[in-house]
Design a protein around this ligand. Structure first.
Ligand code: ATP
Ligand code: HMH
Length: 265
């Protein structure tokens, strides 16, 4: 059995964060484990409050997993504070997991801050250099690169700047663009476009969490990085296509379609 660990925040509404990650792992037949960095009181409409976990309990959750269980891939999502970023980086340095998929979560679809503003520098300094792949959305790529993205050329430049921070590869997600949701992959040498067609739905809560977890699950299952992102893009596209109109805001994506396909439900 292959395993994947998510280090992320809890979403009480079940559409994003740890909950989306574990559902994605299961749908990929990967055994999911979790380190909770923060608890958010959240639904499809808003984030009502956040309690960030202490750095000690984050460290202890990570070591409890690694001291006992082989971890085939790690996905990192919401971290909350600079202090927690430093602790996650320091603890992962001890265990040196082979694949680290870093989703640099900053702001939720509902517009709420999930990362303290002064923590961006810590993310750049401590975690990006450890990442196998970083998966920023457009606003996150602007924050990490320090440039405003208005053209295709800006996308290429943002990828280069983030790669120079030490990441091995970048997947710059196009969900927030005005047109079709095309994602740009950069491996430090070449650019590849993962093309998508915009699905007209408001049910896009947790799309970024799901995409990064699907990449982690695919890598845990032994795929190389390029196959892993290609299949993850297919997975998120279908999951959005068949998403659920649950709640009054941005509803969650559908992880069950995989089980329905396999079991012909
Ligand atoms: N309406 C849509 N139709 C098709 N694909 C989409 C749509 N919205 C997003 N995507 C795809 O979903 C993936 C996640 O992209 P997005 O930019 O939404 O991430 P995100 O902002 O980090 O998500 P979140 O913060 O809600 O978890 C990308 O592959 C993107 O192209
Ligand atoms: C806990 C959590 N992580 C990530 C996201 C993605 O925006 C979210 N809304 N909530």
């Amino acid at each position: 059995m292959k395993t994947a660990l998510t280090i992320a925040g809890s979403d009480s509404g079940g559409g994003a964060g740890i909950q989306a990650d574990l559902k994605t792992f299961s749908a990929h037949h990967v055994f999911g484990m979790s380190v909770i960095t923060a608890v958010t009181a959240q639904n499809t409409v808003e984030v009502r409050s956040i309690q960030t976990m202490s750095k000690e309990i984050i460290r202890d959750q990570i070591s409890a997993v690694f001291d006992d269980i082989e971890v085939h891939a790690v996905k990192i999502g919401m971290l909350g504070s600079a202090e927690n970023i430093e602790m996650v980086a320091k603890t992962l340095h001890t265990y040196k997991p082979q694949h680290i998929i870093l989703d640099p979560v900053m702001i939720s679809k509902s517009g709420d801050h999930l990362l303290e503003i002064d923590a961006v520098e810590a993310l750049k300094k401590h975690l990006i250099p450890m990442a196998t792949i970083v998966t920023p959305n457009l606003p996150e790529a602007e924050t990490l690169s320090g440039i405003t993205i208005q053209s295709k050329q800006d996308l290429y430049e943002a990828c280069q700047i983030i790669e120079q921070l030490g990441a091995k590869a970048i997947l710059l997600k196009g969900g927030h663009s005005a047109g079709d949701p095309n994602d740009l992959y950069y491996d430090g040498a070449n650019y590849t476009w993962l093309r998508g067609e915009r699905i007209l739905t408001k049910n896009t809560h947790g799309t970024g969490c799901t995409l990064s977890s699907a990449i982690a699950a695919n890598m845990a299952n032994g795929l190389g990085i390029e196959d892993a992102i290609y299949h993850a893009k297919e997975y998120i596209t279908k999951a959005i296509c068949e998403s659920f109109a649950i709640g009054k805001g941005h509803g969650p994506v559908n992880h069950f379609y995989r089980f329905q396909e396999v079991h012909q439900l």
